[in-house]
Each structure stands twice: as structure tokens, then as C-alpha cells.
Design a binder for this molecule. Structure first.
Ligand code: SAM
Length: 198
């Protein structure tokens, strides 16, 4: 094992430890949680959670400033069961093992990474669907929305190829409140919902 790889593993393990501690402290009272992956400034999850004060919600994003803005929204609205954390999507799911189950997950306007050689950076991957299905409670749903037609087709194909996810073409969208990126699309976007099975 090279020094660089050993250092990477050490840093990753330290991040996972911090996330496990955060989950225990902040979501310890939850049996199940609604997650938003790549929550940006938290517009959507804050709106969703305001309509469901009994539901535990957590938004995660890679950008510290976006998380701070999202936290301020939750405080301002008095959302006592809503949390935001700086975390990478797969690392958060790894750290969630033994914690609350995932009842619902949103991925809204993820970075499309349009070039083929960059598709590996897209958040929704087969490995992500594997891990999300492992953490999901029965009948948990994943809601995906994008304004990027090729990314949508690609994401649908990932779900259709996955043995533990089923597209639900008639499922109503659970909540509408514009995300930061949704506002700049001018209403030109598409969505799908998929259900996890054990
Ligand atoms: C295009 S923005 C969309 C933000 C928000 N959903 C919206 O619609 O306004 C994509 C967000 O995903 C975050 N992101 C990208 N890859 C991520 C990853 N692997 N884990 C967590 N967040 C990620 C980015 O930091 C960015 O804030």
C-alpha cells in the first residue's frame, strides 16, 4: 500500500468517525430519516420539513457555506427535527450503518457532469443505489429531478438496471418548493421516483 493511499484511508476513516458521531448526536432520536443529497442552500428541504414537523430530515452537501446557509434557514423556521451537514453522499451512507433507516431521499438538480469521462463523478451511481437500498426502510422512495435530459436518461437507466429499485411512473411528487437551481431552469426539468425493495 502506497503512502498516498494510506493517508487517503486515514483521512476517510477520520471523516467517517466524525459523521458517525454527528449522526448519533443529531439524529439519535430518529427511527427513520428523510435525506437530501446535494441540498445546496437547503431551500427545498426546509420547505419540505416545514410541512412535516414530525419528520426527521437531514440535508448534506460538500460545500461548507451552503450548509451554513441551510442551517440558518432551519433555525429561522424553527425546524427542530431538521439538520444539515457537510458530507459526501456515499460517505454519509457508509456512516449511517446502524443509525436511522432512510424513509425518503431526494436528489434535486445534481451536477450533470456532461462529459462521458466525467460520468463517474455523478452522485447517482449503481454503488450509491446499492448503499441507499441497504439503508432504506421498506418501501422507501428516491425522488430525482434534473433539467439535464441526458443525465435524466442516464439516471433512469441506472435505476432500471438495479435489482433493488423500481420506477414508479404514477407516484405524485411529494412536495413542491423551488430549489435554488430549479428557479434558474425556468420550469424546464423532469423528475422520477423509484422505490427500494429488500
Ligand atoms: C447543482 S447543485 C444543486 C443544489 C440543490 N439541490 C438545488 O437544486 O439548488 C449540486 C449540489 O450537489 C453538491 N454535491 C455534488 N456532489 C456531491 C456529493 N458527492 N455529495 C454531496 N453533495 C454533493 C454540490 O456541492 C452542490 O451544492
Amino acid at each position: 500500500m502506497g503512502d498516498d493511499y494510506a493517508a487517503y484511508l486515514e483521512e476517510r476513516n477520520a471523516r467517517l468517525e466524525r459523521l458517525r458521531a454527528w449522526i448519533a448526536a443529531e439524529l439519535g432520536g430518529a427511527e427513520a430519516v428523510t435525506l437530501e443529497f446535494g441540498c445546496g442552500h437547503g431551500h427545498y428541504l426546509a420547505g419540505y420539513a416545514a410541512e412535516r414537523p414530525g419528520e426527521w430530515c437531514a440535508g448534506l452537501d460538500l460545500r461548507t457555506r451552503r450548509i451554513r446557509l441551510a442551517e440558518a434557514k432551519a433555525r429561522k423556521r424553527g425546524l427542530v427535527r431538521t439538520r444539515f451537514v457537510k458530507a459526501e453522499a456515499m460517505e454519509f451512507l457508509d456512516a449511517l450503518e446502524g443509525g436511522p433507516g432512510v424513509r425518503r431521499a431526494f436528489m434535486l438538480f445534481p451536477d450533470p457532469w456532461p462529459k462521458k469521462r466525467h460520468h463517474k463523478h455523478r452522485m447517482l451511481q449503481a454503488a450509491f443505489l446499492d448503499r441507499l437500498a441497504e439503508r432504506a426502510v421498506p418501501d422507501a422512495c428516491l425522488h430525482f429531478r434534473t433539467d439535464h435530459a441526458e443525465n435524466l436518461a442516464w439516471a433512469v437507466a441506472q435505476v432500471q438496471a438495479h435489482p433493488r429499485w423500481t420506477l414508479l411512473p404514477d407516484e405524485p411528487w411529494p412536495h413542491e418548493s423551488g430549489t435554488y437551481f430549479q428557479e434558474v431552469t425556468g420550469g424546464c426539468y423532469q423528475s422520477f421516483t423509484a422505490r427500494a425493495s429488500r
